[in-house]
Write a protein that binds this ligand. Structure first.
Ligand code: FAD
Length: 397
């Protein structure tokens, strides 16, 4: 498929060349010509003042008809039949979006012997739950899950489709977006509906977290977004909410996968799992070296807290990568986050912004962490933390 150029209309102004984000258009004998880099994104079509460029008809036909697209869909993740917390977080946001649009909230549950979870999804706001239950779907497999999901999405043409930005979501959802030829905004930190156009407004950090990009998907459906766990709060169940559970037969033979999952091995962690912890001690480069972690571990033990850290600490090998909090680590939402010797770079802050209370200990009064902290302590942590440990022990004793 190629761009179509109407040479009679083209005045050779070069606006299309300037508009191309892939530098895929070159000027040849006074007319633009697409090179192999062209992705048929259509930005040159919009930029042409003479309407001399158009997309091939086949491409236009492939668009999912926007008027037909309805409802907000959520892919509900679970582990061994237990719904993941993020599924509820997505339902809460999905309910809000569906209400703004006056549309239904639909949840999809895939696995084996999972049906008891369907009614919980209704309690948390789903109007319809599609259940795909089959022994071959017992273990997550992106090929098999994609094979059952894609035909369903093609049949119903959702307006919006949300999924968690977990390892599973990240392996499953892009192939669906590619198959449906629609856009996907990964790792959104905000979702809303534009009151004028009804479009999904998708916010996510860009350029290393230095700006927040607002992204829309005006021409294709569904509008797809993934959201990391803990970005949205877990909602309360909606009393007496009614919904319909629809069991779907798996008619087609599911594809074989070259990757065989033999078992899942849980990682051993000290203290509660970071993503579930009520109290987290965040350790930054200010602790100077791994030998000083002992002090932080003692504090964590006394507060029944988990230990996480900045990327600087993980890069230095003082903490394992699973402890990294932030844009390229985990997002946390504890009741209390105690940042010790962390400067407060934006890439770290995006991972802690849903913490209820942030306490920061830093010897630099101008450290940016104090801009987001509810309580700021300007102190040398090597003096402050031992005293704090002593006081807690006195209180406990
Ligand atoms: P520093 O910035 O070096 O801060 C150390 C702090 O300790 C200083 O504020 C200092 O005043 C204080 N201090 C020093 N000594 C003491 C003392 N004795 N007592 C008290 N305070 C003391 N970072 C993340 O954390 N998570 C991410 O996911 C992440 N992703 C990134 C993605 C990209 C694309 C990029 C470009 C960067 C990313 N970063 C991430 C890195 C981020 O920009 C910062 O470099 C990092 O967070 C800094 O870590 P820090 O605060 O521990 O170290």
């Amino acid at each position: 498929m190629e761009l179509i150029l109407n040479k009679e209309k083209c005045n050779g102004c070069g606006a299309c060349i300037d508009a191309c984000p892939f530098s895929a258009l070159i000027m040849k004998e006074g007319y633009p010509e697409a090179t192999e880099e062209c992705r048929l994104c259509g930005l040159c079509v919009n930029a042409c003042p003479e309407e001399a460029i158009s997309l091939p008809e086949e491409l236009k036909k492939k668009k999912r008809p926007i008027k037909k697209a309805r409802d907000v869909w959520v892919y509900a993740e679970h582990r061994d039949g237990k719904l993941a917390r993020v599924s509820f977080e997505l339902l809460g946001k999905g309910r809000e979006l569906a209400d703004k649009l006056g549309q239904k909230l639909v949840a999809i549950l895939i696995g084996h012997q999972i049906e008891t979870s369907a009614s919980r999804l209704i309690d948390y706001g789903a109007d319809i739950v599609y259940v795909m239950d089959h022994p071959d779907l017992a273990t997550f497999n992106e090929n098999k899950y994609g094979a059952v999901l894609i035909p369903l999405l093609k049949k119903h043409c959702p307006n919006i489709f949300l999924s968690a930005a977990t390892t599973r979501g990240r392996s499953l959802i892009p192939q669906i977006a590619a198959d449906l030829e629609t856009g996907l905004t990964a790792d959104c930190t905000g979702l809303d509906i534009d009151s004028k156009s009804g479009l999904l407004l998708q916010t996510r950090p860009a350029f290393g977290g230095n700006i927040m990009a607002l992204i829309t998907c005006p021409d294709h459906r569904p509008q797809m977004a993934t959201v990391r766990p803990h970005i949205f709060p877990k909602p309360q169940p909606i009393p007496n909410h009614k919904g319909k559970i629809i069991r779907l037969e798996i008619e087609n033979k599911l594809p074989e996968n070259s990757v065989k999952v033999k078992s899942f091995i849980k990682t051993e962690t000290k203290g509660p799992d970071l993503s579930e912890a009520d109290v987290i001690i965040g350790v930054g480069r200010g602790i100077k070296g791994p030998e000083n972690l002992k002090m932080m571990e003692e504090l964590a033990y006394l507060l029944n807290a988990s230990i996480g850290g900045s990327r600087a600490v993980v890069d230095a090998g003082w903490l394992p990568p699973r402890c990294q909090i932030g844009q390229t680590g985990v997002t946390v939402s504890p009741k209390i986050y105690i940042a010790c010797g962390i400067s407060g770079a934006i890439q770290h802050i995006v991972g802690i912004q849903s913490a209820k209370t942030i306490v920061a200990i830093n010897k630099d009064p101008d450290a940016p962490i104090f801009n987001v902290a509810n309580y700021g302590i300007v102190a040398d942590l090597f003096e402050f933390i031992p005293k704090l440990i002593e006081e807690i022990k006195k209180g406990k004793g």
